[in-house]
Design a protein around this ligand. Sequence first.
Ligand code: NAP
Ligand code: MG
Length: 410
Amino acid sequence: MEKIKMTTPIVEMDGDEMARILWKEVKAQLIEPFVDLKEEYYDLSIRSRDETEDQITTDSALATKKYGVAVKCATITANVERMKEFNLKKMYKSPNATIRSILDGTVFRSPILVNSIDPLVKSWKAPITLARHAYGDIYRASEMTIEKPGKVELVYTAEDGTEIRQLVHEFKDCGVVSGMHNLDKSIESFARTCMQYALSIRQNLLFSSKDTISKVYDRHFRDIFKRVYLDEFIERFTAAGIQYEYCLIDDAVSRAIKSSGGYVWATQNYDGDVMSDMLATAYGSNAMMTSVLVSPDGKYEYEAAHGTVRRHYYRYLQGEVVSTNPMALIYTWSGGLEKRGELDGNERLRRFGQMIREAARHVIEAEGIMTGDLARITSRSDPQVVTGHQFIAATRTELEKMIAREWPEH
Ligand code: NAP
Ligand code: MG
């Protein structure tokens, strides 16, 4: 067929281990035969980051800022063991943290739902997309243990020297204290990004906090969300037929379990950390979560939520047959190309992006072909268990059929 043309490059960030092997296969089998791929390639594997002293990560984030859309493979986050394993020069920051701070982005996570892989929560019909505010609160708190009786105060000293003091606690004995903070600018840009994202997928937005107890701190988040909504979004939400609503965290949790899904749930930092694990598990599999980092000025970086799948990689290197699920990696390319097409007004590319994931879903839903992690939890009695490579090959066969049906002139 005549390959689909692109006008603006997509930024590709390559990764590590088993994810890297499948990533390459997805690109070779599902993208390159059909798209005349215009891209800027950045190798974010741990060795390449080490060789460039991590400059490559910064460069890839700047390229995303420039072009607007990136797709990222899972990467190793350096720790003590990895430092030894790869003889690294430094303990590099997590690439995701570096990219997120350069783009000032918010991460939206949502599960891939397919028939026959049923969520543990029976009422869920559509994905709940979780957005986590990734700055401050307990993650940047200043903490102290109190070893003997004494007074702990919050002291704010303004630049002009004036002081405000407030008692935290008069300790009669040992204890512990924590001082947290957040920034209006960060909360505002989080609110704005969530509202923009809800608009772009035309789903209701819920923001939760605990403002009944935290009457100043959490209330401040609630007020900022409300202000951003009233000042910048209310008309567009109304026109799109969607709603913004504030909700107490307790209520948001019980709603998440009772509802049928299909909305965006914006959370504070800690709530998002914990709830994303709960949602991923309850939807069935970690390997079926996608993730997109969105900046307030509309730049997108797509990725799988899982890691490099190290355990499978070492077995793969020893020649064992491993069944690693490439769905989230396929969805990453799919989302990235769809968004690139949408931003460029390139209808064929946009539609092709969607077709990739429709083909992959079809392989599971209609043919019962799936990787081992899904075969363990499917409600089908006759799943056909395949390797990641075989799954990609089956997806390619289906994709070719879809293209022949939809674009016969091609
Ligand atoms: P992981 O790579 O997500 O794998 C944990 C386990 O989850 C696997 O051993 C496997 O379980 C299962 N799993 C994950 N993805 C799967 C898939 N696609 N198909 C089938 N099973 C899958 O997490 P990890 O082992 O904790 O981390 C490995 C490396 O990834 C670390 O260096 C970490 O820093 C990095 N990491 C990167 C990112 C990112 O770049 N976004 C995110 C998380 C972790 P079984 O072994 O039971 O089959
Ligand atoms: Mg967590």
